[in-house]
Design a protein around this ligand. Structure first.
Ligand code: FES
Length: 104
């Protein structure tokens, strides 16, 4: 279990606890964050869960799959710490993680 903070571009901040193994998209959906709708249901084919991971946690994440990599490459607003929230699984060392919800 770990806490995640989501910061939307409008400035709204959301926090929730996510069980280990659940995705950051699962947490966003449980909070009803409308700017992270997760349109494809977590299959890494829509990028509506695009987020920017704070530097402190970016090195602790699981490696990116090819699907995630190519999906992010197709985004005009990709940044160095861009990830798809549906591909990030909670684990103990991610407790306290902060992500910015990207404009999609
Ligand atoms: S929910 Fe579609 S790519 Fe993450």
């Amino acid at each position: 279990m770990g806490q995640v903070t989501y910061i939307e571009n409008c400035g709204t901040v959301h926090e929730t606890d996510i069980a280990n193994g659940q995705s950051l998209l699962d947490g966003a959906l449980s909070l009803g964050i409308s700017s992270m709708p997760g349109a494809c249901g977590g299959d890494a084919v829509c990028a509506t869960c695009h987020c920017i991971v704070d530097d402190e946690w970016s090195d602790k994440l699981n490696d990116m799959s090819e699907d995630e990599f190519f999906m992010l490459q197709s985004m005009d607003n990709q940044q160095a710490n861009s990830r798809l929230a549906c591909q990030i699984r909670m684990k103990d060392n991610l407790d306290g993680m902060i992500v910015v919800v990207a404009d999609n």
